[in-house]
Design a protein around this ligand. Structure first.
Ligand code: ZN
Length: 493
């Protein structure tokens, strides 16, 4: 009985912590969408204040005492999972000294600004000193968290619980030869016609909203705004997405929207009973990315759905985007040379991630001096892609992640693709009418399967268990490689 009261008390306290976490997230959303420029300094103080409150709550003695009292308690599966998540957050917050946590918050907020300036000026040397500080602070944090594990694994665990660099290394090594071979085949084949002309913003936003609805986004509990870098934010009954427009590249807008709707749909479809609890969020970045990627690629870039999008664009812009739907499908899936990860096709994307994974590990362990990063990046890029980097903004300054201390995050993008491959294989086997549905511009069958088998469970199971439960088999890269082989062999035929 006493344990029941302790559990209920802990969950009530946690519910407030989760609510404050959502408020912090909404401040972040506001910063990227609505906030006046002059508010930046005040906002960083507001964010620091709420982060301080969150850290104190997560590591409070009250929580520690409740967790100790619940040690070994007989709990149901859901309750045990809630307590395990709270326990993990508690230990993490206690292991990192408060002074180090606040130093990381302060330095990364400065570093992000310096990164943006250095990127605009293509000047890595201007960014290197502050990056060196960020990496050194993250190393200290990793050492505090490691408990005998490799330091990189300690950071990776924040984004992908239970995953290790050794497992990723093995997975990526097995993927690389196939990706390189398929890319060579695609680049040697006939180049698809690029899109011509300008696609007005109003039309792009109209199609974008239509796509969001098609992919199941609940606008009654969400909204779409514009941001420089699209993202989704929030969970439960307030999950927002952003998109962007480029006049000559409407696919950027459309597929950013579908991608973010994948993230948002996951959050919106979690069992409502988990709202404002530790289980009420996507379980890991890899599983999150599996949702955004399967919506965007396996469904959104399929031949069947491209036929629908071809019609939707023709109607909205009063002109056809390509000579026919087949040509349109080829244009959507074009494989081209390029420097930028976020613009890469399904084949090259993972190669971009592997490069970052190796370099960030080397920086963290000290095998690569931060000041040598640009040279190391450029050498590696040329070895992997076959042509030299022309400027730093197309090279090691292209991503914001390292400036804000996100080390251990990049591999979850490729892992998400691997998980999406597994899910797509299981989905196709379970839903024979999938292609007909997509060809009509309908996603109901696919989304119901994903909600039923994965999304509703939120953080109930570990990431690997989540994928295994949905697919009926342990995750591996083989389904993704099989899907890519089939798709790009077809495109090159
Ligand atoms: Zn994503």
């Amino acid at each position: 009985m006493a344990q029941r009261e302790t559990y209920d008390g802990l969950m009530a306290y946690q519910r407030e912590t989760e609510a404050l976490g959502q408020i912090a997230g909404r401040l972040g959303w506001d910063q990227e969408t609505m906030m006046p420029r002059g508010a930046a300094a005040q906002r960083s103080e507001e964010m620091a204040a709420i982060e301080g409150v969150l850290h104190a709550r997560r590591s409070s003695l009250e929580v520690g005492e409740a967790l100790a009292a619940l040690d070994g308690a007989e709990l149901g599966a859901v309750e045990a999972a809630q307590v395990a998540q709270i326990r993990k957050g508690f230990h993490r917050a206690r292991k990192v000294p408060a002074a180090l946590a606040s130093e990381i918050a302060k330095v990364t907020s400065i570093a992000q600004g310096q990164w943006a300036e250095a990127r605009a000026a293509d000047d890595f040397a201007a960014f290197a000193p502050v990056l060196e500080t960020v990496v050194s602070l993250k190393r200290q944090e990793a050492e505090a968290l490691a408990e005998g594990r490799p330091v990189y694994d300690a950071l990776l665990d924040d984004f992908e619980p239970d995953m290790t660099a050794a497992q990723l290394e093995e997975m990526f090594a097995a993927m690389r030869p196939e990706l390189v071979e398929l890319r060579a085949m695609a680049l040697d084949g006939p180049a698809p016609a690029p899109l011509d002309g300008v696609w007005d913003e109003a039309g792009q936003l109209k199609v974008s909203e239509q796509l969001a609805l098609t992919f199941g986004y609940d606008m009654g509990r969400g909204r779409i705004d514009k941001a420089v870098h699209p993202f989704s934010s929030g969970s439960g009954h307030d999950v927002r997405i952003t998109t962007r427009t480029a006049l000559e590249d409407p696919f950027n807008c459309f597929y950013s929207t579908i991608h973010e709707v994948g993230h948002a749909g996951y959050e919106q479809n979690i069992d409502a009973a988990y709202a404002l609890t530790p289980l009420g969020r996507g379980v890991s970045m890899g599983v999150h990315e599996s949702q955004s990627r399967i919506y965007e690629n396996q469904l959104g870039r399929s031949r069947a759905f491209c036929g629908h999008l071809f019609g939707l664009m023709s109607e909205t812009f009063s002109r056809a985007p390509s000579k026919n739907a087949d040509a349109f499908y080829r244009t959507v899936n074009a494989v081209r040379k390029g420097y930028i990860r976020t613009e890469a096709d399904e084949l090259q994307y993972n190669l971009h991630v592997m490069l970052r994974f190796d370099l960030e590990r080397a920086m963290l362990t000290g095998d690569l001096s931060v000041r040598d990063l640009e040279t190391a990046w450029n050498d590696r890029f040329e070895a992997d892609f076959g042509y030299p980097v022309d400027k730093a903004s197309n090279g090691c300054l292209q991503d914001v992640h390292w400036s804000v201390g996100l080390i251990g995050y990049f591999p979850t993008y490729a892992l998400g693709n691997v998980y999406a491959g597994c899910l797509y294989e299981a989905l196709r086997a379970a839903v024979p009418g999938l292609e007909d549905d997509l060809a009509r511009g309908e996603t109901g069958l696919a989304l119901a399967w994903l909600r039923e088998n994965l999304q509703q469970f939120g953080g109930l199971r570990s990431p690997v268990e989540t994928i295994t439960h949905a697919c009926g088999r342990a995750p591996s890269a083989e389904p993704l490689l099989g899907y890519l082989r089939e798709k790009f062999t077809g495109l090159c035929a």
